[in-house]
Design a protein around this ligand. Sequence first.
Ligand code: NAD
Ligand code: ZN
Length: 362
Amino acid sequence: MNALYIKTELSQKEYPIYIKDSFNELENAFIKAKLKDKKVCVIADSNTEKLYAKEIIKIAEKCFSEVSCYVFESGEKSKNLNVISNFYKFFVEKGLDRKSVIIALGGGVVGDMAGFAAATYMRGIKFVQIPTTLLSQVDSSVGGKTGVDFLGNKNMIGSFYQPEFVYINVKTLDTLPYNQIASGMAEAIKYGYIIDKNFLEFFKNNMKKIKILSPEEIKHIVFISCKSKAEVVSKDEKESGLREILNFGHTFGHAVESLSKFKLLHGECVSIGMMAGLKLSCDKGFISKDSLTSAKKLFEFFELPIKVKNFDKNEIFKQMFLDKKTKDNKLNIVLLKEIGLAYTEKNVSDSEVLNAIDYIIL
Ligand SMILES: NC(=O)c1ccc[n+]([C@@H]2O[C@H](COP(=O)([O-])OP(=O)(O)OC[C@H]3O[C@@H](n4cnc5c(N)ncnc54)[C@H](O)[C@@H]3O)[C@@H](O)[C@H]2O)c1
Ligand SMILES: [Zn+2]
């Protein structure tokens, strides 16, 4: 079975990411991972349970000795230790042991939480990811970060833990609200800007097909995104700091995200943040004004915001210093040396940053 094999820092083992347009090969994936005949618990949120749990449970019943399903209310507000504690109680009730398996069926929230529960229940049991949002397919499937929010801090409690495999069925995106698609698209486009100029061209040349979620194009996007993230994350083992380039658009983006009180989706903020990063790269003479215009066109085509309304420039500036990745009160901003080549700039003047912020305020 065709798969992209991922090996990243901290992981002892390599795992496959299957990128398909149905669930037809899921049973084979379980067999190949030698997960047959065990107890399994599917974890879904209130949306993915209604949409996909029945189909997954049916396939799981062919392979596993016992299948149970735990459902929690969808949304970031559920991403906490109380809900994890409910997972554990359910696992005990169902008699899950060290040999049991957890299946995460949903977006990044389900993936991060089910992964964390798998990492910690009985000091670690096996888990499988079936990501169903574009963001989780292009981002959280790689890197092994799992965890929950704590006391208002995002992802404060967690661990690195790799799945046995990731099974992506791009057809699940057909039921995802469009703003969530666009949000994931922003993260995918980011890989084009930071390491793969051809990938960016692919977006520009196939915009219409991508927007209507043509499976071949989406599979390509998911494949290149996972491969790009894996490349960056694994190179970081030797070349410390490379991973930072994944934060392109994020220093500005996180500031906007917090100030919007999380009313804007993460990817929407990254889109705005990338515009600021591109502007700053242009002001430094690295990329052309044409690149800025073409980015604007691309983001607008996917209905991603490129500016914020009613925001105060200085508030955004101040907020940027509160980002957890800002070290020693000094802004490290990921910029582009050219399209497809990112680096971390450690010397930016306040006025350069403020100019870039000006550019993203309506
Ligand atoms: N582990 C990592 O490396 C990593 C990377 C990026 C983001 N994250 C985390 O991921 C989370 C965000 O992920 P997300 O954007 O997928 O959010 P999410 O999991 O909340 O999903 C967004 C919404 O879409 C619904 N949904 C999921 N799949 C659907 C489908 N196929 N059809 C219809 N509705 C569907 C969900 O129920 C939810 O309401 C954050 O908590 C973030 O911290 C983790
Ligand atoms: Zn992001």
